[in-house]
Ligand binder design. Structure first.
Ligand SMILES: [Zn+2]
Length: 660
């Protein structure tokens, strides 16, 4: 008879073997609480419009040595009937541990019309006949038509623009008197305002990819991914897709899509309107997909920075790290960040297959597809008669309003350091975009992004993000004016998330001369305790606004002061920084003059400011989970009141334009 110890030992070895002796399902997509937590009373995670397309997928773990013999998806117990070529089984290139034998099974571009919560099941059988089934759920949301429909949707997205950023821009741009704002921001005049919960699929704090795509897919994506659900394969472009608002409305109503940003156009927010990828960093594939899948999205206007992804890359890196001698054109196209889709995805969605083509001349291809190309502000004016428009105004992210406006005033040549002296302001881009989109009789979906509100908040460059909000608000006015003339338009202005935990802590008690003098005395006593005026000591900071709409200077006596609740270590002087902080996305960031700019906020002002110790590691401020305001104007605006999830916005917009 075995001893007690021998029994325990036997069991310990036998149990894992027993458990493994059957296939299991470790992921079922779309995501649900029913599958993930066996929770049938939790919220339904995945919701779709009637007929909105999405991919079904499961990861099936097989016994060692076994192969997958069969799989099928069932909805409410009835087998789905996939169209020819739209299913796949992937067993290689998985991101699971090496000793796991698994198959990722997919059915592409599924859709369902019947409203309600549905059960999704997968049934899989391995080569020895053992089978497994697992279930989750999703919802088809019925939209009842009532009221007059809108034709056009304009989404103004202030990246990282929470309530503090709106308030601070109002104080700077409009001024206060005895506690009252002298006048409102354009976004303040929108009649309806609600609050939005911004979390992503995998964290309370979102990054910009799901921050945007959740608004326009109706579903939660994971951080760093856009228009897709997570999967267990390494390929960044094969993830289970969710049909975008632009795609759904192009397919069902023929609407056009316009994307306008001050960022590089491959950046998370613009890409999360139209491109499906699990890696927001894959710029070559992202910009290629903008053009290649224009038949799905209706892409008609694309405007921003990012020319580095459109220029053919003829440079070849030699073994010694030098280039092959051709003049560098700034291209950062690279096969490693490009895409090529699997056959089932192409068959299911009617998507372009793509190709790894670093040498592609994408500007030429856009022009070949009928797009007018504007390389600068002058070119933008010249393209006024275009029916499709591509504008690429810099290699990567455009210069910020602070530096663009100073160039126009002849007060600084910072933009020249980037090689693009004639960049448009966001309101000028918005105006050109709406002019082109208005020619499309079926209406349009436009997204206009103030991208560097967020980027300068990460850098805690207060004066630069403040002017970004003012620039963005001028674009809000352009959209409002458009909607006033075209009343079949709904305009929303919101953010994808808050960034930096910015707070208006008060104002300086010093004149500018005294504040500048304080930098001679390092330490908090001279630069914090003697400077920061709180409560009534903050008075009402006064900025003189020039005819161009921006402050003559942000360095004024008794200036407004901003603190950061989500900050990394930095040195603070409260003064505007004469140069921007380095932007690692720029192709020539390593060469002078850009390389002479401060590398991070942590070294900026190290010799003149006082150290503010942050709560987060790293060198920049981070996004926060705080709800953000959303203001609405135009037809259907009344729907946007109360506290809503970011995915709710999708269904409200769809209803306003009569999706069903
Ligand atoms: Zn963002």
């Amino acid at each position: 008879m075995p001893s007690r110890l021998q029994l325990v030992t036997l069991l310990a070895f036998a149990l894992p073997a027993l458990c493994a002796a059957a296939p299991s399902v470790s992921r079922l997509t779309p995501p649900s609480e029913l599958f993930a937590a066996n929770n049938s009373s939790g919220p339904v995670i995945a919701r779709f419009l009637p007929g909105q397309r999405f991919d079904l997928q499961a990861t099936v773990r097989l016994d060692a040595g076994a192969t997958l013999a069969d799989f099928r998806f069932l909805v409410d117990g009835v087998e789905t009937r996939p169209a020819a070529g739209t299913t796949s089984v992937v067993t290689t290139g998985l991101t699971l541990p090496k000793d796991v034998n698994a198959a990722v099974v997919s059915q592409r571009a599924f859709s369902l019309k019947k409203p309600g919560v549905h059960t999704l099941s997968v049934r899989a059988t391995q080569s020895d006949g053992q089978s497994v089934s697992a279930s989750g759920n999703f919802e088809i949301v019925a939209l009842e038509r009532n009221g007059r429909l809108a034709k056009n949707i304009i989404i103004l997205l202030g990246d990282g623009m929470g309530a503090s950023q709106r308030t601070a821009a109002r104080i700077m741009g409009r001024g206060y008197a005895q506690g009252k704002a002298q006048s409102p921001l354009a976004m303040d005049t929108f009649p309806v305002t609600g609050m939005v919960m911004t979390s992503s699929l995998d964290g309370i704090v979102t990054d910009s990819s799901p921050g945007m795509s959740n608004y326009v897919t109706g579903n939660k994506s994971a951080n760093n991914t856009e228009g897709v659900f997570p999967d267990d394969t390494a390929d960044a472009f094969d993830n289970p897709r969710i049909e975008y608002l632009s795609e759904y409305l192009h397919r069902t109503q023929g609407k056009a899509l316009g994307i306008v940003t001050t960022a590089d156009v491959f950046d998370a927010t613009p890409a999360a309107m139209a491109v499906h990828t699990s890696n927001r960093g894959y710029g070559t594939g992202i910009v290629d997909q903008f053009l290649d899948d224009r038949g799905l999205t209706g892409l008609t206007v694309l405007m921003g920075g990012g020319r580095k992804w459109f220029l053919p890359n003829g440079d070849k890196l030699k073994a010694n790290g030098t280039l092959d001698g051709q003049p560098m054109n700034g291209s950062q196209r690279d096969a490693r960040s490009d895409y090529e889709l699997p056959a089932d995805l192409v068959a299911g969605w009617g998507a372009a297959r793509g190709a790894k083509d670093a040498g592609r001349d994408l500007i030429k291809d856009f022009e070949g597809a009928g797009f007018a190309y504007a390389p600068d502000k002058a070119g933008l004016a010249a393209a006024a008669s275009a029916s499709k428009l591509l504008g690429l105004f810099s290699y990567s992210n455009m210069n910020v309003a602070f530096d663009k406006i100073n160039k126009r005033r002849g007060a600084s040549t910072i933009v020249d350091d980037y090689g693009f002296p004639d960049q448009p302001m966001l309101d000028e881009m918005a105006s050109a975009a709406l002019n082109v989109l208005a020619k499309h009789k079926q209406g349009f979906v436009a997204m206009i992004e103030g991208a560097s509100i967020d980027k300068q908040e990460h850098l805690m460059d207060t004066d630069r993000w403040l002017l970004e909000v003012l620039e963005f608000d001028r674009a809000v006015q352009v959209a409002k004016d458009f909607a006033a003339k075209h009343p079949d338009t709904i305009v929303i202005v919101t953010a994808d998330h808050e960034c930096s935990g910015a707070s208006i802590i008060g104002a300086s008690t010093k004149t500018m001369t005294a504040l500048q003098a304080a930098t001679a005395t390092p330490g908090a006593a001279a630069q914090r305790d003697a400077v920061v005026g709180t409560y009534q000591a903050s008075k009402f900071p006064k900025y003189t606004i020039a005819a161009d709409g921006y402050p003559v200077s942000t360095d004024v006596d008794f200036k407004m002061l901003i603190g950061y609740g989500a900050n990394a270590d930095r040195y603070e002087t409260w003064l505007a920084h004469p140069t921007p902080t380095q932007d690692s996305q720029q192709p020539f960031v390593g060469s002078a003059p850009q390389s002479t700019y401060p590398a991070t906020p942590n070294v900026r002002n190290a010799s003149t400011g006082f150290l503010v110790t942050g709560q987060v590691p790293g060198e920049s401020a981070v996004h926060t989970a705080t709800d953000v305001p959303l203001s609405a104007y135009g037809r259907g605006a009344a729907a946007f009141t109360g506290v809503m999830d970011n995915t709710d916005v999708f269904f409200k917009l769809a209803k306003i334009v009569g999706a069903r």
